[in-house]
Design a binder for this molecule. Structure first.
Ligand code: CP3
Length: 351
């Protein structure tokens, strides 16, 4: 299937935007910038709108999810919107008991640890994704020529929450399971790959112009485990959207040793965290992919001249890449001063 004629990538609204051009390795008019977690707690207008509504309920209210997605675009003049949702939304839509506990993160009412539990996982239906399609459609109707980025959690990061039942530092549960019970692990990863893949496809079909796969916790894995037990499922997730032809981005943290393997799942751009300079990443990855990143979020709290020098340095190192989309090296911290983010956008656009 191809995208419908009124899709922003088909009717020309976003196909030549700076974001899409940079992701594909062309020459944008100016370096595009957006921030992971740009929608959220750093914005007073977000906190006001969210009041009295749980995180996941706000994601499933199309008008609210759309408004929250648009807030940072209006305020910061970033070059892309990122869809306001969460990597565990496909689990909730499939009927799995999951909540986001404020200050903690995703928590499941029953962790998924046995072969029986994996075999009994409910399928994510196409109808259940309707609130997602509706929120995306409302959003792109307002965005004009600014592209919307759709996203999903990569199977490993999603499965890490499913097996642990909550956030974890060392991910012992999933890392044990892939070796102790490789068939159960594979079945769980295939389930997560299809759930995330369907979630991503719903967003792209409804109007997203690019798609980002978040494998935030992949950095906890040795390269061999990543290649054998994780990468095939990430390929499977992206196989759900490849025929739609929008640029694909792959991001994780602590992934210096995994960068080429993450490129090789088949993407147009790799997101680089704050630990690796962009020119070093470009050297490792070659010129078949663009890079996204990697302002250190810690520097958002430094005096402006220090932050400005850092942003200029990131821009300079980014010139080594085939294409560069400016971003942070991980998400916006909740206590960030939003005025600083607006100023960073202005600076990048002036370079
Ligand atoms: O602006 C955006 O980036 C769009 C929205 C977005 C959210 N989550 C909203 C959210 C995106 C892209 C995500 C992805 C996500 N969710 C990831 C991958 C990216 C990353 O940060 O590594 C992960 C690991 C999750 C799981 C998750 N959801 C965590 C760890 C948390 C934080 C828990 C906390 O309170 O500190 C969440 C909750 C969450 N997702 C919030 C937001 C805005 C905060 C909820 C709130 O406002 O109370």
């Amino acid at each position: 299937m191809t995208l419908p004629a009124h899709h922003p990538m088909v009717d020309g609204r976003t196909s030549n935007s700076d974001l899409i051009t940079a992701l594909r390795g062309g020459t944008p008019r100016r370096t595009p910038v957006w921030f992971m977690r740009q929608a959220g707690r750093s914005l007073p207008e977000y906190r006001e709108l969210r009041e009295g509504t749980t995180m996941l309920d706000s994601c499933l209210n199309p008008a609210m999810a759309s408004e929250i997605t648009l807030q940072p675009v209006r305020r910061h003049k970033v070059d892309a919107a990122i869809f306001f949702s969460d990597i565990v939304i496909p689990l909730r839509l499939a009927g799995i008991g999951v909540d986001i506990v404020p200050g903690v993160g995703p928590v499941l009412s029953e962790p998924v640890r046995t072969a029986e539990q994996v075999a009994a996982l409910p399928e994510l239906t196409d109808e259940s994704l309707e609130p997602i399609r509706e929120a995306v459609a409302l959003t792109v109707a307002e965005l004009g020529s600014t592209p919307l980025i759709g996203f999903a959690g990569a199977p490993y990061t999603v499965a890490a929450y499913m097996v642990e039942g909550k956030p974890s530092r060392d991910h012992l549960g999933p890392r044990t399971m892939m070796h102790a019970e490789p068939e159960v692990w594979k079945a769980l990863m295939d389930w997560a790959a299809d759930a995330s893949g369907k979630f991503l496809r719903a967003q792209v079909e409804a109007g997203a112009s690019a798609a980002q796969l978040f494998d935030s916790w992949a950095g906890s894995l040795p390269l061999a485990d990543y290649q054998q037990h994780v990468a095939p499922a990430s390929v499977r997730t992206l196989d759900h959207v490849r025929d739609l032809g929008v640029p694909l981005v792959h991001f994780g943290t602590g992934t210096g040793e995994l960068l080429t393997a993450m490129r090789d799942v088949g993407v147009d751009a790799v997101g680089i965290d704050y630990r690796i300079p962009l020119d070093v990443a470009a050297q490792r990855l070659g010129d078949t992919v663009s890079l996204q990143g990697n302002i250190d979020p810690a520097l958002l709290f430094a005096p402006w001249p220090v932050l400005e020098a850092h942003v200029r340095e990131v821009a300079r190192r980014g010139e080594a890449a085939r294409g560069h989309v400016m971003n942070l090296g991980h998400g916006v911290p909740p206590n960030t001063d939003p005025e600083v983010l607006s100023k960073v956008v202005e600076l990048i656009h002036s370079l």
